[in-house]
Design a binder for this molecule. Structure first.
Ligand SMILES: Cc1cc2nc3c(=O)[nH]c(=O)nc-3n(C[C@H](O)[C@H](O)[C@H](O)COP(=O)(O)O)c2cc1C
Ligand SMILES: Nc1ncnc2c1ncn2[C@@H]1O[C@H](COP(=O)(O)OP(=O)(O)O)[C@@H](O)[C@H]1O
Length: 311
């Protein structure tokens, strides 16, 4: 997959078959749309092109409406690479771009930059200043500019909308099993390993304290999870357990994300850890002393090992 991050460096596409969207999460619904896009491109003897925008148009047009994202841009690119697409174009989105009229967007952006032979789009896709452009306008202008338009079946389109929202909601309440089912892979995030208060190793459970650097990334609900993890730059997959929360037994105020890795003893301060969130085990509890907490950690480890056995 070729990735273009600016409009200046675009090649002349042959017979471009195009779809447009954010594709946050690249979940099963998105994957189906991309399969259809690739199949149509093949049938037309053309190239598949997925057009996406960064930052998310909503952040520019409605900055007050904050919605955390399932994937950072780099993660989205990483996932899209696995989908068999020929081209991904990440269009820098800004106020000026958003203020093009719908007609200008079609003529100056879609037609002049991509020369599409086919545009595949949801029936409810809106574009141009004040979201004035829609499917009908695309169809109408297609006669003049010689492209056709195909609708992503309404059923699939609805599923895509529903599942993006559903996945966010599931992760936000800790139901990662459901989220993972809808994603078609395990939800993951990256964190930078920082120092904590060095209590972990005294308890017999050292924990890598993770700083999540992308402010827009959706962090799962507070709770205890069985996870897999990968130290950035290394290929091995480690198993472990994670706590997200305020650690009411010892602290109770600052939110932390920390991972205890099984059968592991290395110093990984200042490294990046990619964490795959596999199973939700329980909510965070305020224990009556550290001994009770340690007792529970033994149980958490046992359950994690048995749940992760098939992974
Ligand atoms: C799997 C796991 C589950 C945990 N569950 C709880 C909990 O329910 N309540 C709590 O107060 N702390 C919980 N902790 C947090 C421990 O209190 C924490 O690991 C300890 O404070 C070490 O912190 P440090 O890494 O800053 O030294 C959990 C930690 C892990 C790794
Ligand atoms: N099994 C392990 N799981 C996680 N981190 C480990 C493990 N073994 C060693 N470490 C290292 O120890 C650190 C955690 O020790 P801990 O006593 O909890 O200190 P801190 O409070 O600084 O996190 C981790 O950041 C990592 O560098």
């Amino acid at each position: 997959m070729k990735v273009y991050r600016s409009l200046q460096q675009l090649p002349v596409f042959t017979n471009a078959v195009v779809t447009i969207g954010t594709f946050d999460g690249v979940h099963l619904g998105h994957q189906q749309i991309i399969r259809q896009l690739c199949a149509e491109a093949k049938e037309n003897g053309g190239e598949s092109v997925l057009i996406s925008f960064y930052p998310h148009p909503r952040k520019i047009v409605q900055p007050e409406r904050y919605i955390p994202e399932l994937t950072t841009l780099e993660e989205r690119i990483e996932l899209l690479k696995q989908q068999g697409l020929d081209n991904l174009v990440v269009v820098p989105f800004n106020k000026e771009f958003s203020q093009q009229t719908a007609q200008q967007y079609i003529k100056n952006f879609l037609v002049d930059r991509f020369h599409p032979s086919l545009i595949i789009i949801g029936y409810d896709h809106k574009f141009g200043n004040n979201r004035e452009g829609d499917y009908r306008l695309l169809e109408k202008m297609g006669e003049e500019y010689q492209y056709s338009v195909k609708e992503i079946p309404q059923q699939l389109r609805n599923e895509v909308i529903v599942s993006s929202t559903k996945i966010r909601e599931a992760i936000a309440i800790g139901d990662v099993e459901k989220a993972n089912q809808l994603l078609g892979y395990s939800y993951f995030f990256r964190g930078y390993v920082v120092e904590g208060n060095k209590l972990g190793r005294k308890l017999g459970y050292p924990t890598a304290n993770l700083q999540i650097q992308d402010a827009d990334k959706l962090v799962p609900a507070n709770g205890v999870y069985a996870v897999q993890a990968q130290i950035e730059g290394e290929s091995g997959i480690l198993k472990g357990m994670m706590n997200i929360g305020t650690r009411p037994t010892v602290d109770g105020t600052t939110k932390t994300v920390e991972v205890n890795l099984f059968d592991f003893e290395e110093d990984i301060y200042n490294r990046h850890l990619k964490v795959f969130v596999k199973y939700h085990l329980r909510n965070e509890v305020k224990f009556d002393g550290l001994d009770k907490l340690i007792e529970q950690l033994h149980k958490d480890k046992e359950i994690s090992i048995s749940k992760l056995a098939d992974n």
